[in-house]
Design a protein around this ligand. Structure first.
Ligand SMILES: [Zn+2]
Length: 315
């Protein structure tokens, strides 16, 4: 039997043919065109799925089910996307029914970040463990929870919104309407803001030259400056790592996962990010010295995690 996993992204729809063990036999993708009506988007998704089966000589009889990982909040029982703020179509989309017009199989819906966490547990950074938590540090901060090898979805697949736990009461405003959310301190967007603030108060910093050459402030600016010994850049990096670590410690205290997975472009900083993070977690974990050290790993599978996780959500 094969499982079809769909990662419905803002830019591309990726469809994969997945085995029960979690390997991708083959995959295809098609541009999402997120500002189109959802009927058109799902027509492309359906055709892409059929083409994938055809290309690999797989009959519909050999497919167990289809899983779709989508941004937003879903009603998994009804097979409906309730709300996704980054798609124009946004509300009450009958995703299951739309997909079943193309392939008449059970279709399951789940949140994309939850699916990615499951994918990393099945075949990636947390392979072989039962309990893991994944945090993605991107434009926002997202995440997923895996307990006993299954995604903990919560009501409407909306659990794991780690970006909106509050780190600093009354702190920086957040896109969700509250203040002081973790996302407002630990996302790549927040790092850019922190870098700009540091540049204003440190006209002598190397960051100015780096930005001039690169053309803009990015999540790399402060890390690049720190690498070259710039004190202001190092301060930004240290502070940012402190923000990430404090949030991770909260997650450790709630879930005590066997592995904590972090993803997002910032992970490209490698040991410069990971070493101080691990040291901070080690020094500040509850029960330090009594419990085994927390494993912190970088997500391995990229977009494939979402495909694998979506395919096997209900396997
Ligand atoms: Zn928030």
């Amino acid at each position: 039997m094969y499982y079809i996993g769909v990662d419905l992204g803002g830019t591309n729809i990726a469809v994969g043919l997945v085995t029960r063990e979690g390997s991708i036999v083959n995959k295809r993708s098609v541009p999402t065109g997120a500002d189109r009506p959802f009927e058109e988007i799902f027509a492309d998704m359906g055709k892409c799925t059929l083409a994938l089966l055809d290309e690999n000589g797989i009959l519909a009889d050999e497919v167990d089910c289809v899983g779709i990982g989508t941004p937003g909040t879903v009603d998994p029982d009804q097979g409906v996307l309730l709300y996704a703020n980054n798609f124009k179509y946004g509300r009450n989309v009958p995703m299951r029914g739309l997909m079943q017009q193309y392939i008449n199989k059970p279709v399951y819906l789940g949140n994309d970040a939850n699916a990615a966490a499951l994918g990393e547990v099945i075949a990636g950074a947390a392979k072989g463990v039962k309990n893991a938590v994944m945090v993605t540090l991107g434009t926002g901060v997202g995440g997923g929870i895996v307990i006993d090898g299954r995604v903990y979805e919560g009501q409407y697949s909306a659990a794991g919104e780690f970006g909106h736990i509050v780190l600093i009461c009354g702190g920086e405003p957040c896109s969700c309407g509250r203040k002081g959310c973790w996302e407002a301190y630990a996302s790549a967007t927040a790092l850019v803001r922190q870098t700009k603030e540091a540049m204003e108060s440190h006209p002598e910093s190397l960051m100015h030259r780096i930005v001039k050459e690169a053309g803009k402030v990015s999540g790399r600016t402060a890390f690049d400056a720190a690498r070259q010994g710039d004190a202001a850049g190092q301060q930004v990096v240290d502070r940012y790592i402190f923000y990430i670590a404090e949030g991770l410690l909260d997650l450790i205290n709630i879930f005590r996962p066997e592995v904590l997975i972090i993803g997002g472009g910032i992970c490209n900083e490698g040991e410069r990010l990971l070493n101080p993070l691990r040291a901070y977690l080690r020094a500040n974990s509850y029960g330090e010295g009594l419990l085994p050290e927390q494993r912190l790993e970088v997500a391995k599978l990229g977009n494939d995690a979402g495909i694998i996780g979506a395919a096997l959500m209900h396997a």
